[in-house]
Design a protein around this ligand. Structure first.
Ligand SMILES: Cc1ncc(COP(=O)(O)O)c(C=O)c1O
Length: 504
């Protein structure tokens, strides 16, 4: 390459203000149009990987570049046409919310200014906005606002951070130096309900205690942790010489939205000297509702809580939030100061360097999109949207109860589970249950491929059931009322095909 003087540098990645403005305006126009018409598109494109790859093209890395506006145009078309649309009013899969439009603009602004929210001095106002966001989330759910906390990538990380803090705080040896394996072969023990989200597998595995350290506590008829069994298991483990260290409660389980008896779990943990962590990744925000149960409000008693703004605060992915009652515990767990970091202190004033409060070093400005949405709608706006999601889930449960071809199974927070049972089929016998499980599994696959709606599944007491989770401010009662018709039509098709091929 020819060497040129760098007095006037040509960097091919630069966009002039004019180019930026033109490309940005056009992109914003296209996004506005997409969001405005999303309900006219199929919820899923239902394309196999080779079709998506063909749309993308498989050329080599370009040697030379192309005009940004053209590229943004192509990228927008690709994304609009080959994506699963969580912004569609009939998207109710997993716990995956439609994204607040202000969040998209917030991410755009955050990326443009590009603060590194690892250190206060690299991100003065962004660090303060993050601290305020953490306080507001705590305030919204009734958790002490002087807690520690930070924004992370999602629910898994929002649970991992406090989990690691709990290990360090509860270890009676120097776990930072010696590692998380207890001396003398003693085993650390984790207690959680059998309904706990799979983050717990990863946490036990990643932090070195191994998945066998998990004590899966059975659930009651409402799929809430059985506290008598919990007490029994802790006592047994202590007798064996193990080291119980954490009780994990659910503020909204992933399958059914069940809320564990959190005040009782808090009391057991306190009496046993264990850390009490609440996984509120999904349901913690519902503690803001005026009619929230005492069980749910019990999250206020926890040593730590995981919240997931990219679920029920409708933030675009990624945004999780870890809250830890004693902020010093975060610092003790994560602070390492290498000689090449010199971040000045501010005499007599607190300034948080977030790299010392969590797992990341360089950090993006995730808080902005959450902070903007909190300011756009306020507490009342969130209470209204979350309450409406719950009401839609309850409406679906009632509709399923009344439909002769549907069996309503559970209803908790904004999750409803149900299954299709063809007319004339009497559920109960082993053969029929096996048939219904297969039928509903195939039905779910076809629903997801069909593009009319998107629901996922749960397995409840051996039954494969369809599961709709409402964290979608676009959905209305009309969308919910359409669901049973779609389910029973496609369910009947599968049933008919299968009976025909079985010669029935
Ligand atoms: C209760 C619960 N905890 C944790 C998670 C993990 O969250 P994420 O997918 O954001 O990591 C989920 C996801 O659905 C969840 O429902």
């Amino acid at each position: 390459m020819k060497q040129v003087e760098l007095r006037e540098r040509f960097a091919p990645i630069v966009m002039t203000a004019e180019e930026f403005r033109a490309a940005g305006h056009r992109l914003v126009d296209r996004i506005a149009e997409f969001l405005d018409t999303v309900q006219t598109r199929p919820v899923t494109p239902n394309e196999p990987p080779h079709v998506v790859r063909a749309a993308l093209g498989d050329g080599p890395l370009p040697a030379q570049g192309a005009p940004p506006q053209e590229l943004l145009d192509q990228a927008a078309t690709l994304l609009f046409e080959h994506s699963v649309l969580s912004a569609h009013p009939r998207f109710w899969g997993y716990i995956y919310s439609s994204a607040a439009p202000i969040g998209a603009l917030g991410d755009f602004l955050a990326a443009a200014v590009n603060p590194n929210v690892g250190a206060w001095n690299l991100s003065p106002v962004a660090s303060e906005i993050e601290a305020q966001t953490v306080r507001w989330i705590a305030e919204l759910i009734g958790y002490p606002t002087d807690c520690g906390g930070l924004l992370v990538s999602g629910g898994n990380m929002a649970n991992f951070v406090p989990f690691l803090v709990a290990c360090k705080v509860k270890a009676d040896w120097d776990a930072s130096r010696e590692g998380l394996r207890a001396p003398a072969g003693r085993l650390l023990r984790i207690y959680c309900s059998a309904e706990t989200h799979t983050w717990i597998h990863k946490a036990a595995d990643l932090f070195g205690m191994g998945m066998d350290a998990i004590r899966w506590i059975g659930a009651d008829a409402d799929l809430r942790m059985d506290t008598a069994e919990l007490r029994g298991r802790i006592a047994e483990d202590r007798t064996r010489g193990d080291l119980p260290f954490i009780v994990v409660g659910a503020a909204g389980s992933v399958s059914t939205g069940a809320v564990d008896p959190l005040p009782e779990l808090a009391a057991i943990a306190r009496e046993q000297g264990l850390w009490f962590h609440v996984d509120g990744a999904y349901g913690a925000i519902a503690a803001a509702l005026p009619d929230a149960s005492a069980d749910l409000r019990g999250l206020a008693l926890a040593d730590s809580v995981a919240v997931d703004p990219h679920k029920w605060l409708y933030a675009p992915v990624e945004a999780g939030c870890a809250l830890v009652r004693n902020r010093g515990d975060l610092f003790k767990t994560f602070s390492h100061r290498p000689p090449y970091y010199h971040f000045p202190e501010h005499e007599g004033e607190e300034s948080v360097n977030y790299f010392e409060h969590g797992m990341q070093n360089s950090r993006g400005f995730r808080a902005l999109k959450v902070w903007l949405a909190l300011r756009q709608v306020g507490r009342e706006g969130y209470v209204r949207m979350v309450a409406d999601d719950v009401r839609l889930a309850q409406a679906l449960y009632r509709i399923a109860q009344e439909d002769p071809e549907l069996e309503a199974i559970t209803q908790g927070l904004s999750i409803t589970t149900f299954r299709y049972v063809p007319r004339g089929l009497k559920a109960g016998s082993q053969g029929t249950e096996e048939y219904l499980n297969k039928l509903n599994e195939e039905l779910m696959t076809r629903l997801q491929a069909g593009g009319e709606t998107f629901v996922t599944n749960a397995v409840i007491r051996g039954k494969f059931v369809l599961r709709a989770c409402f964290v979608n401010f676009h959905s209305t009662l009309a969308d919910v009322e359409a669901l049973p018709g779609i389910v029973t039509r496609i369910g009947a098709e599968v049933d008919k095909e299968w009976r025909r091929s079985a010669g029935l």
